[in-house]
Ligand binder design. Structure first.
Ligand code: SF4
Length: 107
């Protein structure tokens, strides 16, 4: 193992021992995926694939909008499913969308 690799391994092992979440691990390992059928998710039209938005129900949706460029997505995580401030107990698909979408001004 290279010195940097060993240092990273030891750092992760220490954080794991302390019970702290590892920011570099997929967020989906921390909590469950948000079910689009969940009443709170359905209320805002959450879908795992933004191309599947029912625009007759959610006409505010514009092509190109997704959780990946929403300001409510928590940026400190990586992976296809990540935490969102709107659904703190679940992770959401970065390809998804909901009616609470707000453009991330940094993207
Ligand atoms: S608030 Fe934003 S990041 Fe969260 S589910 Fe809705 S569109 Fe996705």
């Amino acid at each position: 193992m290279k010195p940097n690799g060993r240092r990273q391994f030891l750092g992760k092992a220490l954080l794991g021992t302390l019970g702290l979440p590892l920011l570099s691990e997929p967020a989906q390992a921390l909590v469950s995926k948000l079910n689009p059928a969940d009443p709170a998710a359905a209320a805002v039209g959450y879908v795992e694939d933004a191309t599947k938005v029912d625009v007759s129900k959610f006409p505010t949706y514009k092509r190109g909008q997704s959780c990946a460029n929403c300001t409510l997505l928590r940026p400190q995580y990586i992976g296809p499913y990540r935490p969102c401030k709107l659904f703190p107990k679940n992770v959401i698909s970065v390809k998804g969308w909901c009616n609470a979408w707000v453009k991330n001004p940094q993207l």
